[in-house]
Every structure is written in C-alpha cells, then in structure tokens.
Design a protein around this ligand. Structure first.
Ligand SMILES: NC(=O)c1ccc[n+]([C@@H]2O[C@H](COP(=O)([O-])OP(=O)(O)OC[C@H]3O[C@@H](n4cnc5c(N)ncnc54)[C@H](OP(=O)(O)O)[C@@H]3O)[C@@H](O)[C@H]2O)c1
Length: 316
C-alpha cells in the first residue's frame, strides 16, 4: 500500500499515517514541522514500513506538485492520498480582519486541491486509487462564529463530490470525510464538544470509510443522524445549539485567567471588586443562556426574543 498524507505531524494525520504503516507499505508524510514528522517516521519504520518525508506548506502549489511527483517516483505509484492538513482560527470577522480568513482558505481549500490534483494523472493511468479529503461536520452547514472554517470545509465537500463525478468509471474514487469533534491538538482548548471521540476511534472510522469507498462520510454516528436535521433546520435553531466558537471559548479562558492572576497577586480592593462584579455577570449570563437553551429545547415552537439571546452571547 502506498499512502500520501498531509498534516501527518499531529492528530488525525499522524494517527492515519501509523494506521497505514505495515510491513512492505510506503507512507508519504507531509507537514511543516520537520521534527514531528521525523518522530512519526521513526514509529512508521519501527512497524516495518517505509516513510518518505515532505516538509512543506500545503499552500505552496509548486512544492506540492513536486512532492507528489517525487512520491510517485520513489513509491512506484499511489494507492491512497489523504488531504488532511487543516487549521481553525478564532473568527475575526467582527474586527474586520480578512487576512487570517484568506490564510485559512489557502490552507483548508487550496491545500486540499494542491494535494489531491497532482496525483490524478498517476491514478487515472493505473485505473485505481482513492483521493480522500478531510472536511468537517462544520462544512454541512454555516456555523455561527465559524464562518470561514465552515465555508472552507463546505468547499472541500463540494470539490470532492464534483471530482468523484468527473472520475466516475475511471477506477479512481474521490471522497470527503467529515469528522465531528475529535480530541486532537486542534481541539485541545475547546471545552464544550458534543459527541466528542478520541483520535484512535476517529482514525479507525476514517480508515473503514476509505476501505468502503464511501462518498461523504460523516461521523460519529450521533452527528451522522443529526446531519440532515442540521442541514435543514432554520437558522435560529443552528444559532442556539451550535457549540461555542473559538472566540467565545477564548473570551471565557481570558476571563478565568485574568481573574485568577489578579486575585493571586494581592489585588487592590477596587480591582478585586471589579473582578467580582465581572465574575458575577459572567455567571449570570452563563446561567441565562443555559436557561434559554433549555426553554427553547422543551418548547421549540416558541421563539425566544432575540435581544435576550444576544445579550447573553455578546458578553461571553
Ligand atoms: N479535531 C477535530 O475535532 C476535527 C473535526 C473536524 C475536522 N477536523 C479536520 O481534521 C484535520 C486534521 O485536524 P487535527 O484535529 O488532527 O488537527 P491538528 O492535530 O492540529 O493537525 C493539523 C495538521 O495539519 C498540518 N498543517 C496545518 N497547516 C498546514 C500547512 N499550511 N501546511 C502543511 N501542513 C499543515 C499540521 O502540521 P504542521 O503544523 O506541522 O504543518 C498538523 O499536522 C483538519 O483538516 C481539521 O480541520 C478536525
């Protein structure tokens, strides 16, 4: 088996690289952090497989084309390509910051096309192969606080869907994989992750979907069941039940951090009082939001007044 994986230095990509490392197999590892790639390569070689290292940024179209050509030459072809490298960012839209979004799009969208497209001619000539791109459940529907990430992952699903139709009958399969929350370095700072699973379980499910040659694979099963509901629900439902965004989690962490450091460095009476008021406001808003969510879940036909929801959210 000859497998090329991007984002192989960490998380799901690292797990997949180890999964496909067995005696006689070749695994191409691509990411920017050379030291981490070297560690993964050592683990792969310990399993009797060959590791080929590509230290590269997936944004770089020319470099990725060269990496694909080198891999095909040294491995003698490619059976599986996994375009897994990806990133998330706190959403800076309200601050008017477009550059972080442009960067995310280059990594999450152009990075995928830079990875899979150069392998197409080789796979077509061999009339076999699987091109798999890692998207996300966030790509099934625009998610509040994750506009750029959702849009990038939706683009990946659509690109792979169209590519699959282009390659129909040629022996080459294109698919998208949409994980829900998985414990990896990318999600290490997120607190609320509904239906979260660990990386090993995720890798096992992703590999099974690749083996089955699924089209668009959504997991875990709870999210797969909720997927159609998520796609067709009115926006107020999505707004209310979407997990907190990175920005919301960041604001929460910042509050906890400043409160802690201020109290432990013998605060003045004034700053202590300020922090106590902020903490009480925070607790009040958190409980209000929880009540709003509970109420809307039990009486879903009644729309909760927007100002109440807004005031709970914007202070988080
Ligand atoms: N964890 C989740 O809950 C979850 C859910 C849905 C979808 N996903 C998707 O799953 C994929 C893997 O994420 P993960 O959770 O395993 O996160 P992770 O541990 O942070 O891994 C991300 C990987 O992408 C690589 N990468 C990032 N930017 C890159 C660039 N410009 N060029 C080359 N490589 C780059 C990183 O390597 P270097 O930093 O060394 O370059 C790293 O190996 C991503 O596409 C992510 O969007 C994850």
């Amino acid at each position: 088996m000859r497998t090329f994986i991007t984002g192989a230095s960490s998380g799901l990509g690292r797990g997949l690289a180890l999964h496909y490392a067995s005696a006689g197999s070749t695994v191409g590892l691509c990411a920017r952090r050379a030291d981490l790639l070297a560690e993964v390569a050592r683990d792969i070689e310990a399993r009797g497989a060959r590791a080929l290292l590509y230290v590269a940024d997936v944004e770089d179209t020319g470099a990725m084309a060269k990496n694909a050509a080198d891999f095909v030459e040294r491995a003698g072809g490619a059976d599986l390509v996994v375009a897994n490298a990806g990133m998330g960012i706190p959403d800076g839209i309200r601050k008017g910051e477009a550059e972080p979004i442009a960067h995310l799009m280059r990594v999450n969208v152009i990075g995928v096309t830079n990875t899979v497209v150069p392998f197409v001619p080789t796979m077509l000539a061999a009339r076999s192969g699987v091109l798999a791109a890692v998207s996300s459940v966030a790509g099934l529907r625009g998610m509040p606080g994750r506009a750029a990430y959702s849009a990038s992952k939706a683009a990946v699903i659509t690109f792979m869907e169209a590519l699959r139709m282009d390659l129909q009958g040629a022996g080459v399969h294109a698919m998208a994989i949409c994980p829900g929350f998985v414990h990896t370095p990318m999600t290490a700072k997120l607190r609320k992750m509904p239906f979260v699973i660990d990386a090993d379980a995720a890798v096992a499910q992703m590999a099974s979907a690749i083996e089955r040659r699924d089209d668009t694979f959504v997991f875990p099963w709870q999210v797969r069941l909720l997927g159609p509901v998520l796609r067709h629900s009115p926006e107020w439902v999505v707004r209310r039940f979407a997990p907190p965004s990175r920005a919301e989690e960041g604001a929460r962490e910042e509050l906890v951090r400043t409160s802690y450091s201020a109290f432990t460095s013998r605060p003045s009476a004034c700053s202590g009082l300020t922090l106590a008021v902020r903490a009480a406001t925070f607790a009040f808003n958190e409980s209000s939001l929880a009540l709003v969510r509970l109420a809307s879940a039990s009486a879903s036909v009644v729309d909760v007044p927007r100002p109440l929801l807004k005031s709970s959210r914007c202070t988080r």
